[in-house]
Design a protein around this ligand. Structure first.
Ligand SMILES: NC(=O)c1ccc[n+]([C@@H]2O[C@H](COP(=O)([O-])OP(=O)(O)OC[C@H]3O[C@@H](n4cnc5c(N)ncnc54)[C@H](OP(=O)(O)O)[C@@H]3O)[C@@H](O)[C@H]2O)c1
Length: 290
Protein backbone atom coordinates (compact mmCIF):
# COMPACT_ATOMS: atom_id res chain seq x y z
CA UNK A 1 0.00 0.00 0.00
CA UNK A 2 1.14 3.54 -0.75
CA UNK A 3 -0.26 6.58 1.05
CA UNK A 4 -0.29 10.29 0.16
CA UNK A 5 0.02 12.59 3.18
CA UNK A 6 -0.60 16.29 2.62
CA UNK A 7 0.45 18.88 5.21
CA UNK A 8 3.35 16.54 5.97
CA UNK A 9 5.47 19.11 7.84
CA UNK A 10 2.61 20.26 10.07
CA UNK A 11 1.52 19.36 13.58
CA UNK A 12 -0.55 16.35 12.44
CA UNK A 13 1.21 15.46 9.18
CA UNK A 14 4.71 15.20 10.67
CA UNK A 15 3.86 12.56 13.32
CA UNK A 16 1.66 10.73 10.79
CA UNK A 17 4.54 10.41 8.31
CA UNK A 18 6.80 9.09 11.11
CA UNK A 19 4.16 6.59 12.20
CA UNK A 20 3.58 5.29 8.65
CA UNK A 21 7.32 4.91 8.14
CA UNK A 22 7.56 2.86 11.37
CA UNK A 23 4.75 0.68 10.01
CA UNK A 24 6.68 0.12 6.73
CA UNK A 25 3.96 1.88 4.74
CA UNK A 26 5.26 3.53 1.55
CA UNK A 27 4.41 7.22 1.83
CA UNK A 28 4.49 10.28 -0.42
CA UNK A 29 4.75 13.27 1.91
CA UNK A 30 3.62 16.60 0.48
CA UNK A 31 4.58 20.06 1.68
CA UNK A 32 4.51 23.44 -0.03
CA UNK A 33 7.85 25.11 0.73
CA UNK A 34 11.16 23.72 -0.54
CA UNK A 35 12.72 24.30 2.91
CA UNK A 36 10.07 22.09 4.54
CA UNK A 37 10.78 19.44 1.91
CA UNK A 38 14.52 19.65 2.60
CA UNK A 39 13.98 19.32 6.38
CA UNK A 40 11.78 16.25 5.85
CA UNK A 41 14.23 14.67 3.42
CA UNK A 42 17.04 15.17 5.96
CA UNK A 43 15.19 12.86 8.36
CA UNK A 44 15.69 10.00 5.88
CA UNK A 45 12.59 8.18 7.05
CA UNK A 46 12.44 4.70 5.48
CA UNK A 47 9.77 4.38 2.76
CA UNK A 48 9.06 8.13 2.64
CA UNK A 49 9.42 10.18 -0.53
CA UNK A 50 8.95 13.94 -0.32
CA UNK A 51 7.22 16.28 -2.80
CA UNK A 52 6.80 20.03 -2.57
CA UNK A 53 3.96 21.69 -4.46
CA UNK A 54 0.96 23.96 -4.06
CA UNK A 55 -2.02 21.62 -3.75
CA UNK A 56 -4.23 24.14 -5.52
CA UNK A 57 -2.33 23.27 -8.73
CA UNK A 58 -4.56 20.58 -10.24
CA UNK A 59 -2.02 19.19 -12.68
CA UNK A 60 0.48 18.78 -9.84
CA UNK A 61 -2.16 17.14 -7.64
CA UNK A 62 -2.93 14.62 -10.38
CA UNK A 63 0.76 13.77 -10.57
CA UNK A 64 0.93 13.35 -6.78
CA UNK A 65 -1.79 10.69 -6.93
CA UNK A 66 0.19 8.37 -9.25
CA UNK A 67 0.34 4.92 -7.65
CA UNK A 68 -1.46 6.03 -4.46
CA UNK A 69 -3.95 3.76 -2.63
CA UNK A 70 -5.10 6.01 0.25
CA UNK A 71 -4.94 9.74 0.99
CA UNK A 72 -4.61 11.74 4.19
CA UNK A 73 -6.01 15.14 3.23
CA UNK A 74 -4.98 18.07 5.41
CA UNK A 75 -4.93 21.62 4.12
CA UNK A 76 -3.84 24.73 6.00
CA UNK A 77 -6.36 27.50 6.64
CA UNK A 78 -5.62 29.86 3.76
CA UNK A 79 -7.55 31.89 1.20
CA UNK A 80 -7.33 29.05 -1.34
CA UNK A 81 -8.00 26.23 1.15
CA UNK A 82 -11.15 25.02 -0.62
CA UNK A 83 -9.38 25.06 -4.00
CA UNK A 84 -6.63 22.88 -2.48
CA UNK A 85 -9.15 20.40 -1.08
CA UNK A 86 -11.11 20.25 -4.35
CA UNK A 87 -8.00 19.75 -6.41
CA UNK A 88 -6.85 16.76 -4.31
CA UNK A 89 -10.36 15.26 -4.13
CA UNK A 90 -10.73 15.47 -7.93
CA UNK A 91 -7.32 13.86 -8.47
CA UNK A 92 -8.10 11.14 -5.90
CA UNK A 93 -11.42 10.42 -7.63
CA UNK A 94 -9.72 10.09 -11.01
CA UNK A 95 -7.10 7.80 -9.47
CA UNK A 96 -9.83 5.73 -7.76
CA UNK A 97 -8.12 5.57 -4.36
CA UNK A 98 -9.36 3.11 -1.73
CA UNK A 99 -9.97 5.70 1.04
CA UNK A 100 -9.59 9.39 1.85
CA UNK A 101 -9.04 10.39 5.47
CA UNK A 102 -9.88 14.08 5.68
CA UNK A 103 -8.92 16.35 8.53
CA UNK A 104 -11.86 18.67 9.20
CA UNK A 105 -13.00 20.66 12.22
CA UNK A 106 -15.91 20.70 14.68
CA UNK A 107 -18.93 22.94 14.01
CA UNK A 108 -18.96 22.50 10.22
CA UNK A 109 -22.02 24.02 8.62
CA UNK A 110 -22.86 26.18 5.58
CA UNK A 111 -23.73 29.05 7.91
CA UNK A 112 -21.13 28.53 10.64
CA UNK A 113 -19.81 31.75 12.23
CA UNK A 114 -16.23 30.78 11.30
CA UNK A 115 -15.07 30.93 7.68
CA UNK A 116 -12.80 27.94 8.34
CA UNK A 117 -15.81 25.83 9.39
CA UNK A 118 -17.72 26.85 6.26
CA UNK A 119 -14.74 25.92 4.08
CA UNK A 120 -14.37 22.52 5.75
CA UNK A 121 -18.12 21.99 5.36
CA UNK A 122 -17.88 22.64 1.61
CA UNK A 123 -14.85 20.33 1.34
CA UNK A 124 -16.67 17.58 3.26
CA UNK A 125 -19.60 17.93 0.84
CA UNK A 126 -17.21 17.68 -2.07
CA UNK A 127 -15.64 14.54 -0.68
CA UNK A 128 -19.04 12.95 -0.03
CA UNK A 129 -20.09 13.73 -3.61
CA UNK A 130 -16.96 12.00 -4.93
CA UNK A 131 -18.30 8.67 -3.66
CA UNK A 132 -14.84 7.69 -2.38
CA UNK A 133 -14.85 5.75 0.90
CA UNK A 134 -13.99 8.36 3.52
CA UNK A 135 -13.16 9.02 7.11
CA UNK A 136 -13.75 12.57 8.32
CA UNK A 137 -11.83 13.57 11.46
CA UNK A 138 -13.20 16.48 13.50
CA UNK A 139 -10.65 17.21 16.21
CA UNK A 140 -10.89 19.61 19.13
CA UNK A 141 -8.45 22.49 19.79
CA UNK A 142 -4.91 21.18 19.32
CA UNK A 143 -2.62 21.34 22.38
CA UNK A 144 0.02 22.12 19.74
CA UNK A 145 -1.63 25.53 19.18
CA UNK A 146 0.16 26.62 22.35
CA UNK A 147 3.53 26.29 20.62
CA UNK A 148 2.75 29.26 18.37
CA UNK A 149 2.24 31.45 21.46
CA UNK A 150 5.52 30.64 23.21
CA UNK A 151 6.97 33.94 21.96
CA UNK A 152 4.07 35.75 23.65
CA UNK A 153 4.93 34.43 27.12
CA UNK A 154 6.28 37.26 29.27
CA UNK A 155 9.48 36.73 31.35
CA UNK A 156 7.22 36.39 34.41
CA UNK A 157 5.46 33.46 32.70
CA UNK A 158 2.21 35.31 31.91
CA UNK A 159 0.44 34.43 28.69
CA UNK A 160 -2.52 36.55 27.59
CA UNK A 161 -5.20 35.08 25.31
CA UNK A 162 -8.90 35.98 24.94
CA UNK A 163 -10.28 32.63 26.13
CA UNK A 164 -11.70 33.57 29.53
CA UNK A 165 -12.46 30.46 31.60
CA UNK A 166 -13.67 28.49 28.58
CA UNK A 167 -12.86 24.79 28.99
CA UNK A 168 -12.06 22.60 26.00
CA UNK A 169 -10.97 19.00 25.49
CA UNK A 170 -7.58 19.88 23.95
CA UNK A 171 -6.04 17.10 21.90
CA UNK A 172 -2.41 16.22 21.24
CA UNK A 173 -1.89 16.26 17.43
CA UNK A 174 -0.05 12.93 17.73
CA UNK A 175 -3.37 11.29 18.67
CA UNK A 176 -4.99 12.63 15.51
CA UNK A 177 -2.06 11.20 13.54
CA UNK A 178 -2.44 7.81 15.27
CA UNK A 179 -6.16 7.71 14.41
CA UNK A 180 -5.41 8.69 10.80
CA UNK A 181 -2.81 5.92 10.49
CA UNK A 182 -5.40 3.31 11.52
CA UNK A 183 -8.09 4.70 9.23
CA UNK A 184 -5.74 4.77 6.22
CA UNK A 185 -5.39 0.99 6.53
CA UNK A 186 -9.15 0.46 6.32
CA UNK A 187 -10.05 -1.36 3.11
CA UNK A 188 -13.81 -1.44 3.76
CA UNK A 189 -16.21 0.89 1.96
CA UNK A 190 -17.74 2.22 5.19
CA UNK A 191 -17.76 5.97 5.72
CA UNK A 192 -16.99 7.35 9.16
CA UNK A 193 -17.11 10.69 10.97
CA UNK A 194 -15.05 10.84 14.13
CA UNK A 195 -15.08 13.64 16.71
CA UNK A 196 -11.67 13.47 18.37
CA UNK A 197 -10.81 15.02 21.72
CA UNK A 198 -8.20 14.80 24.43
CA UNK A 199 -8.98 13.03 27.71
CA UNK A 200 -10.40 16.01 29.67
CA UNK A 201 -11.79 19.51 29.44
CA UNK A 202 -9.19 22.07 30.47
CA UNK A 203 -9.29 25.83 30.89
CA UNK A 204 -6.17 27.66 29.77
CA UNK A 205 -5.37 28.31 33.46
CA UNK A 206 -5.38 24.56 34.11
CA UNK A 207 -3.46 23.72 30.94
CA UNK A 208 -0.64 26.19 31.62
CA UNK A 209 -0.51 25.14 35.28
CA UNK A 210 0.02 21.51 34.26
CA UNK A 211 2.63 22.43 31.64
CA UNK A 212 4.48 24.57 34.21
CA UNK A 213 4.74 21.57 36.56
CA UNK A 214 6.49 19.57 33.84
CA UNK A 215 8.77 22.19 32.35
CA UNK A 216 9.82 23.73 35.68
CA UNK A 217 9.07 27.31 34.70
CA UNK A 218 6.24 29.49 36.00
CA UNK A 219 3.41 29.84 33.51
CA UNK A 220 0.14 31.59 34.17
CA UNK A 221 -2.85 32.50 32.08
CA UNK A 222 -4.24 36.02 31.86
CA UNK A 223 -7.53 36.75 30.13
CA UNK A 224 -7.05 39.11 27.23
CA UNK A 225 -9.24 41.01 24.80
CA UNK A 226 -10.03 40.50 21.14
CA UNK A 227 -8.43 43.71 19.93
CA UNK A 228 -5.00 43.06 21.48
CA UNK A 229 -5.12 39.46 20.26
CA UNK A 230 -5.91 40.53 16.69
CA UNK A 231 -3.07 43.05 16.66
CA UNK A 232 -0.49 40.53 17.86
CA UNK A 233 -1.75 37.65 15.74
CA UNK A 234 -1.58 39.71 12.55
CA UNK A 235 1.87 41.01 13.58
CA UNK A 236 2.94 37.33 13.74
CA UNK A 237 2.22 37.05 10.00
CA UNK A 238 -1.34 35.73 9.97
CA UNK A 239 -3.76 37.24 7.48
CA UNK A 240 -6.33 39.70 8.91
CA UNK A 241 -9.17 37.41 7.70
CA UNK A 242 -7.74 34.34 9.43
CA UNK A 243 -6.97 36.36 12.57
CA UNK A 244 -10.62 37.51 12.71
CA UNK A 245 -11.74 33.88 12.50
CA UNK A 246 -9.41 32.74 15.28
CA UNK A 247 -10.35 35.73 17.45
CA UNK A 248 -14.04 34.79 17.08
CA UNK A 249 -13.23 31.15 17.87
CA UNK A 250 -11.38 32.11 21.06
CA UNK A 251 -13.29 35.15 22.29
CA UNK A 252 -16.84 34.08 21.40
CA UNK A 253 -17.03 30.29 20.96
CA UNK A 254 -14.41 28.79 23.28
CA UNK A 255 -14.80 31.54 25.92
CA UNK A 256 -18.51 30.67 26.16
CA UNK A 257 -17.69 26.99 26.70
CA UNK A 258 -19.14 25.79 23.39
CA UNK A 259 -16.00 23.73 22.74
CA UNK A 260 -16.35 21.60 25.91
CA UNK A 261 -17.11 17.88 26.05
CA UNK A 262 -14.93 14.82 25.53
CA UNK A 263 -15.50 11.81 23.26
CA UNK A 264 -13.97 8.31 23.23
CA UNK A 265 -13.05 8.65 19.53
CA UNK A 266 -9.29 8.23 19.98
CA UNK A 267 -9.53 5.16 22.24
CA UNK A 268 -12.14 3.49 20.02
CA UNK A 269 -9.88 3.67 16.99
CA UNK A 270 -6.39 3.24 18.48
CA UNK A 271 -7.19 1.23 21.62
CA UNK A 272 -5.14 3.77 23.62
CA UNK A 273 -6.27 6.60 25.89
CA UNK A 274 -5.58 10.01 24.35
CA UNK A 275 -2.45 11.79 25.56
CA UNK A 276 -2.75 14.20 28.47
CA UNK A 277 -1.51 17.78 28.63
CA UNK A 278 1.31 16.41 30.81
CA UNK A 279 2.34 14.03 28.00
CA UNK A 280 2.25 16.98 25.61
CA UNK A 281 4.42 19.11 27.91
CA UNK A 282 6.97 16.30 28.27
CA UNK A 283 7.24 15.98 24.48
CA UNK A 284 7.69 19.74 24.02
CA UNK A 285 9.68 20.58 27.16
CA UNK A 286 12.56 22.11 25.17
CA UNK A 287 10.22 24.49 23.32
CA UNK A 288 8.80 25.83 26.60
CA UNK A 289 12.14 26.17 28.37
CA UNK A 290 14.39 27.17 25.43
N1 LIG B 1 -5.30 23.94 15.25
C1 LIG B 1 -6.43 23.44 15.70
O1 LIG B 1 -6.77 23.55 16.88
C2 LIG B 1 -7.33 22.73 14.73
C3 LIG B 1 -8.48 22.07 15.22
C4 LIG B 1 -9.29 21.38 14.30
C5 LIG B 1 -8.95 21.36 12.95
N2 LIG B 1 -7.83 22.01 12.52
C6 LIG B 1 -7.48 21.99 11.08
O2 LIG B 1 -6.16 21.48 10.94
C7 LIG B 1 -5.59 21.99 9.72
C8 LIG B 1 -4.22 22.52 10.03
O3 LIG B 1 -3.43 21.44 10.46
P1 LIG B 1 -1.96 21.64 11.07
O4 LIG B 1 -2.08 22.46 12.31
O5 LIG B 1 -1.31 20.30 11.13
O6 LIG B 1 -1.30 22.55 9.97
P2 LIG B 1 0.09 23.26 10.07
O7 LIG B 1 0.89 22.74 11.23
O8 LIG B 1 -0.14 24.73 9.92
O9 LIG B 1 0.79 22.72 8.72
C9 LIG B 1 0.30 23.08 7.47
C10 LIG B 1 0.88 22.11 6.45
O10 LIG B 1 0.28 22.37 5.16
C11 LIG B 1 1.32 22.62 4.21
N3 LIG B 1 0.78 23.59 3.24
C12 LIG B 1 0.36 24.86 3.51
N4 LIG B 1 -0.10 25.43 2.38
C13 LIG B 1 0.04 24.50 1.38
C14 LIG B 1 -0.24 24.50 -0.01
N5 LIG B 1 -0.79 25.56 -0.62
N6 LIG B 1 0.05 23.38 -0.73
C15 LIG B 1 0.61 22.30 -0.13
N7 LIG B 1 0.89 22.24 1.19
C16 LIG B 1 0.61 23.33 1.93
C17 LIG B 1 2.48 23.14 5.03
O11 LIG B 1 3.67 22.94 4.31
P3 LIG B 1 4.91 23.98 4.48
O12 LIG B 1 5.66 23.57 5.72
O13 LIG B 1 5.71 23.73 3.26
O14 LIG B 1 4.35 25.36 4.56
C18 LIG B 1 2.37 22.23 6.26
O15 LIG B 1 2.90 20.95 5.98
C19 LIG B 1 -6.54 23.07 9.20
O16 LIG B 1 -7.32 22.54 8.15
C20 LIG B 1 -7.42 23.36 10.43
O17 LIG B 1 -8.70 23.86 10.08
C21 LIG B 1 -7.01 22.68 13.38
Amino acid sequence: MKVLVTGASGSVGAPLVRRLSEQDVMTRAVVRRPESAAALEEQRLPGVEVASTDLANEAAARHLLDGIDAVFLLTANAGNQLAQEQSVIRAATEAGVRRVVKLSVGGVSPDAPLALARVHYAAEQNLAASGLPRTVLRPAFFMDNLLQFIGWIEPSGRLELPLGDGAMPMIDARDIADVAAVELHDSSTHDRELVLTGPEDLTMTQALGRIAEVVGRPLSYVDGNRTDFLRRYVADGNSPEYAEDIATLYDAILRAGYGAGTTDGVRKVTGQAPRTITDFAQAHRAAFTG
